[in-house]
Design a protein around this ligand. Structure first.
Ligand SMILES: [Zn+2]
Length: 346
């Protein structure tokens, strides 16, 4: 996907609406005793925290610093290695319309041409833990790959802790099905008020991967248990080809599952037999986080990848009748497990 209009990163406009109270249920309630209150307020992290790791493509050391951000900031990446403090040059909002390339990993960029690559596993962790606002300082053109999963980012965010902000969280509620087809890839966003549900299937002409499918409602608990440790995967012949192009310099068996034909080369094997579809689901969580707000909907897709997931978001936001923003405009009655939601004025 290529973004041809870098001039603005305006939020998707939706002037529709008109419905009154909507009842929404969330699949989060087992995570903390006060989850009902938490899920309806914006969050950030409680303190700044640093992580060093290797970038997948350049193979060099990258420093990542996560810093708390005010309500309505969203998730913003900032390049700290550029010789300027001009925020129009250093900063890139983590949004679907800032995606400049999604062929190998997800890369976002701004009008000045500044880019950050491999954001998806970090974005998945941020989104799954329901963190709305964050400044992400990165000292290179890519986020460290760590072990190829979201595990290190979950640990980092846990270490930073969370802070609830005095502003309501805004959700993107899918109102009618939006479908995209691209060759053999197919995907639909359906209405679903339980939060974000993802139902993926993959089909590889390879006996180790083969056909795999997974359906999961994305709560912090489900993400931690079912998805966060699943690693990215690739084929040895592709790694060799990428290396010849000067890419994937940091790719090792420490940060990806590597297949040579029907053989898994990693000494420890797979973390689960269906690690592949689990990772594709993790990727989808990260890609859909670029909507800019949590999605209330079900994403059903086959053979989806980063570029395809981004196409689905473009299709959603191109059709204002297919979605609306919702926020909670009333204090939540903790005795009521069905919080009342109201369509916001914006
Ligand atoms: Zn991935």
């Amino acid at each position: 996907m290529r973004n041809t209009d870098h001039d603005t990163f305006a939020e998707p406009v939706n002037t529709g609406g008109g419905s009154t109270f909507n009842k929404l249920r969330f699949a989060h309630t087992s995570d903390s005793p006060s989850a009902d209150a938490d899920v309806l307020s914006q969050t950030t992290i409680a303190k700044s925290i640093t992580l060093d790791g290797i970038g997948l493509h350049k193979g060099t050391l990258v420093r990542l610093v996560l810093t708390p951000a005010a309500a309505d900031t969203g998730i913003v990446f900032r390049r700290t290695d550029l010789d300027t403090t001009d925020r129009t040059i250093t900063d890139i909002p983590a949004r679907y319309d800032a995606v400049t390339d999604a062929t190998m990993c997800t890369t976002i960029g701004n009008a000045a041409g500044t880019k950050v690559a491999t954001i998806e596993h970090l974005m998945a962790a941020i989104s799954a833990l329901q963190i709305d606002n964050l400044l992400i300082e990165v000292s290179a053109e890519e986020v460290p790959v760590m072990d190829g999963s979201s595990d290190a980012f979950i640990a980092l965010l846990d270490q930073a802790g969370q802070k609830t902000l005095a502003s309501p969280r805004r959700f993107i509620r899918v109102l009618e099905p939006i479908s995209v087809e691209d060759g053999l890839r197919q995907g639909t966003l359906h209405p679903c008020d339980e939060g974000l549900r993802i139902e993926l299937s993959i089909d590889f002409d390879n006996q180790v991967i083969g056909k795999q499918d997974l359906a999961l409602t994305i709560s912090p608990e489900n993400f931690r248990r079912e998805l966060s440790r699943s690693r990215t995967f690739g084929f040895l012949k592709d790694v060799e080809m990428l290396r010849s192009l000067g890419l994937a310099k940091g790719a090792t068996l420490e940060n990806a599952v590597v297949l040579d034909g029907e053989e898994v080369l990693n000494a420890g094997g797979l973390r689960s037999p269906d690690e592949f579809v689990r990772h594709k689901t993790l990727d989808a969580v990260g890609d859909l986080a670029l909507a800019g707000a949590p999605i209330l909907g079900c994403y059903e897709a086959s053979r989806a990848g980063h570029a395809f997931n981004n196409q689905v978001l473009h299709a959603l936001f191109a059709n204002p009748d297919s979605w609306e923003y919702v926020t909670c405009d009333e204090p939540v009655d903790v005795m009521d497990d069905v919080p009342r939601m109201m369509v916001s004025a914006d």
